[in-house]
Design a protein around this ligand. Structure first.
Ligand code: NAD
Length: 346
C-alpha cells in the first residue's frame, strides 16, 4: 500500500524507512507535525508481525505525539520511531548504533527518547551517533527514564477523574485494575498503593505480578480477566487497542485512564464508553508526563519546577475536557482531539 492512501496517513510531514543489513536494523521514523517545534516521541522496539503493522503503528503513534505535545503545551512537534525487532539473535549495540545514524539522517526534524522495549542504555548508544536524542541518564541536561514522570502525570490526572466522576478526594479505598506492570504501570501501582488504593493486576510476565502481590498486596488475575474486574478505575498500561468491541462490554470500572498510547482501537470506542457512563481520560493527555520531562532536557537546561508545573497542567486540561464533554454530550476523546487540532493549527 502506498503511504498516501494508507488509512492512518494524516498529512504526515515525513515518513522514513531505514535498513542496515549488517546489524539487522529495519525501522520507520515518522514526523507528523513540526508546527510547534522539532518532532519528538519515543522509539518502540517490538516484534511486529510484519512491516505493515510497524508502519501503521508509526503513523498512528506519531500523530498521537503531535496531539500529546500540543495538549501538554510543550515546544515540540509529534514524531515516533519504530524498530522491527529482528528474529533470532542480534547485536543490540550495533542495531541501536545503526538506528542512531538513521535519526541523524533525518537531520534534526525528529528527536527520540524511550518507548516500549527501549531503555536509557539504548539511548546512550544512539547518542554515540546523533545529538537528536533525549531521555539520557548522563550529560548536562539529562532527564533519565521518562517513565516515572509519565506515572506521576497519570496519578495526578486520575485524581481529577475520581473527583469529577466519583466525587471523592484521593484514592483511599478505591479499587484500581492495572493492565501491564512495566516501567509506567509498576510505578503507577506503587503510587496508588501508597495512597490507599487496592490493586488488581494482570501482566503476561508472571514475575512482575508476583512482585506486585508481595510488595503492593495486589490481587493477580489473568490478562483476559482484567477488564471485567469490579474496579473503580481500569488503567490500561500495556499496549494500545485495549478498549475495543470485544472488551468494552466487560468493563465495569467507572473510569478508564492509564499509560498506553492509542487505548481506543477505533475512535468510536470513545462514544461507546460515554454511553456506558464510563469516564475516559484521553490517553495522550493523561500520559504526557514522560514527554514533558524529555522536553525539559531538549530545552538544554533541565528545570524540575518547569516539569512540575506542566504535570499540574495535565489536571487543568483534563478538567476542561471533562467539563466540555459533559456540557456538549460528546465523548472526551473527540473533545480532546478538537482542542489538539486547534492548537496545532495555531
Ligand atoms: P513496558 O514495556 O515497560 O511495559 C509494558 C508491560 O505490559 C510489560 O510488563 C508487559 O509484560 C505488559 N504486557 C504486554 N502485553 C500485555 C497484555 N496483553 N496484558 C497485560 N500486560 C501486558 O512499557 P512502558 O514503558 O511501561 O509503557 C507502557 C505503555 O505506556 C505503552 O503503551 C507505552 O507506549 C505507553 N507510554 C509509555 C511512556 C513512558 O514514559 N514509558 C510514556 C507514554 C506512554
Amino acid at each position: 500500500m502506498s503511504i498516501f492512501s494508507h488509512p492512518d496517513f494524516d498529512d504526515h510531514e515525513g515518513v522514513y524507512s531505514f535498513s542496515d543489513p549488517v546489524s539487522g536494523l529495519r525501522c520507520y521514523i515518522a514526523v507528523h507535525n513540526t508546527n510547534r517545534g522539532p518532532a519528538s516521541g519515543g522509539t518502540r522496539f517490538w516484534q511486529y508481525t510484519d512491516d505493515a503493522a510497524a508502519l501503521t503503528d508509526v503513523l498512528r503513534l506519531s500523530r498521537a505525539m503531535s496531539y500529546k505535545n500540543a495538549m501538554a503545551e510543550i515546544p515540540l512537534g509529534g514524531g515516533k520511531g519504530v524498530i522491527i525487532k529482528p528474529e533470532g539473535s542480534f547485536d543490540r549495540a550495533a542495531l541501536f548504533s545503526a538506528y542512531g545514524r538513521a535519526i541523524e539522517k533525518v537531520g534534526g526534524q525528529y528527536i527520540t527518547a524511550e518507548d516500549v522495549g527501549v531503555s536509557p542504555d539504548d539511548m546512550r548508544v544512539i547518542k554515540t551517533q546523533t545529538d537528536f536524542v533525549a531521555g539520557l541518564d548522563e550529560g548536562e541536561a539529562a532527564s533519565g527514564d521518562p517513565s516515572p514522570h509519565t506515572a506521576d502525570g497519570i496519578y495526578r490526572g486520575l485524581g481529577v477523574a475520581v473527583q469529577h466522576k466519583l466525587g471523592v478526594e484521593g484514592f483511599g479505598g478505591l479499587i484500581v485494575a492495572i493492565q501491564g506492570l512495566g516501567h509506567v504501570g509498576y510505578n503507577l501501582a506503587q503510587r496508588l498503593y501508597k495512597s490507599g488504593a487496592r490493586l488488581i493486576v494482570a501482566d503476561i510476565n508472571p514475575e512482575v505480578t508476583a512482585r506486585a502481590a508481595t510488595e503492593l498486596n495486589a490481587s493477580i488475575v489473568s490478562v483476559d480477566d482484567i477488564y471485567a474486574q469490579d474496579a473503580d478505575i481500569f488503567a490500561p498500561c500495556a499496549l494500545g487497542g485495549a478498549i475495543n468491541a470485544e472488551t468494552i462490554d466487560d468493563i465495569k470500572a467507572y473510569i478508564v485512564g492509564g499509560a498506553a498510547n492509542n487505548q481506543l482501537r477505533t475512535p468510536d470506542m470513545g462514544e461507546a464508553l460515554r454511553t456506558r457512563d464510563i469516564l475516559y481520560c484521553p490517553d495522550y493527555v493523561l500520559n504526557a508526563g514522560g514527554i514533558i520531562n524529555v522536553a525539559a532536557e531538549v530545552s538544554g537546561t533541565y528545570d524540575y519546577s518547569w516539569v512540575d508545573a506542566k504535570l499540574e497542567n495535565i489536571k487543568t486540561t483534563l478538567q476542561d475536557i471533562f467539563t466540555r464533554s459533559d456540557s456538549s454530550n460528546r465523548p472526551t476523546n473527540e473533545v480532546a482531539n478538537d482542542i489538539a487540532r486547534e492548537r496545532l493549527r495555531s
